[in-house]
Design a protein around this ligand. Structure first.
Ligand code: HEC
Length: 204
């Protein structure tokens, strides 16, 4: 008698699951529709920011672990879209870079169009040892240049990484600063200098 009851109970659960259950794709669609309904554009912060591009879509759908061929195809396209400076000069002024790394300003509804953004690097990375407040989502970049040197290859890698981290690791948590136009070419050069210049506090 008890045994039968349990079996019946399980059957009812399974049925209920089918009746209300949504596939993951369906619930994603529903959540997205809800956000598009409830969020509003204000100033420069438009709801177009809710639209996923191909990379975000693949990373979300595959829980940050897309099949190898998907990851390779998308990563190659991201890499090809990196615009390296036409003048071939990748190093700016590390002092400006430090200010950018410190600043998390920009892109909110109260910012005016075209006002410069910060890089927000300390939110995820340790850089200069003088700054005691930093996040740890990303690896420490303290002594980055001291460890890697300042060769043309390292300069190019560092510029590219800041421009578009997803060209190197598709589902990276690091924002694509150059790719999305959050930072300008000149600002990225200042940040490369912050990481590589021997005078920069990062390398002391
Ligand atoms: C939201 C977190 C986040 C922010 C903000 C962020 N990063 Fe990153 N960064 C990461 C993560 C995570 C990694 C580890 C590798 C990866 O996933 O791409 C990384 C890796 C890097 C690397 C490669 C390190 C290596 O050893 O090769 C560099 C260079 C870098 N970040 C520079 C910066 C700079 C400069 C800024 C500011 C403009 C910045 N990051 C802002 C999360 C972040």
């Amino acid at each position: 008698m008890n045994g039968k009851l349990i079996i019946l109970g399980l059957g009812a659960l399974a049925l209920a699951g089918c009746a209300t259950g949504m596939s993951e794709a369906e619930s994603r669609q529903k959540a997205l529709a809800m956000m598009k309904r409830d969020f509003q554009s204000r100033g420069i912060a438009g709801i177009d920011r809710l639209n996923e591009d191909e990379v975000q879509k693949a990373c979300n759908e595959y829980h940050n672990n897309p099949p190898k061929e998907v990851a390779e195809r998308l990563q190659t396209a991201q890499m090809a879209a990196i615009k390296f400076p036409a003048d071939g000069q990748l190093l700016g002024d590390w002092k400006e870079g430090e200010k950018l790394a410190q600043s998390g300003r920009g892109m909110t509804w109260s910012d005016s169009p075209g006002s410069p953004n910060g890089g927000n690097c300390y939110n995820c990375h340790q850089l200069s040892p003088k700054e005691l407040s930093y996040g740890t989502i990303g690896p420490s970049l303290y002594r980055y240049g001291k460890i890697r040197g300042n060769s043309p290859e390292i300069q190019r890698y560092t510029y590219g990484r800041i421009y578009n981290a997803k060209a190197y690791s598709l589902c990276s948590n690091m924002p694509r600063f150059g790719h999305v136009g959050a930072l300008t070419e000149q600002q990225i050069k200042h940040l490369v200098a912050l990481l590589l210049d021997p005078q920069s506090p990062v390398n002391h």
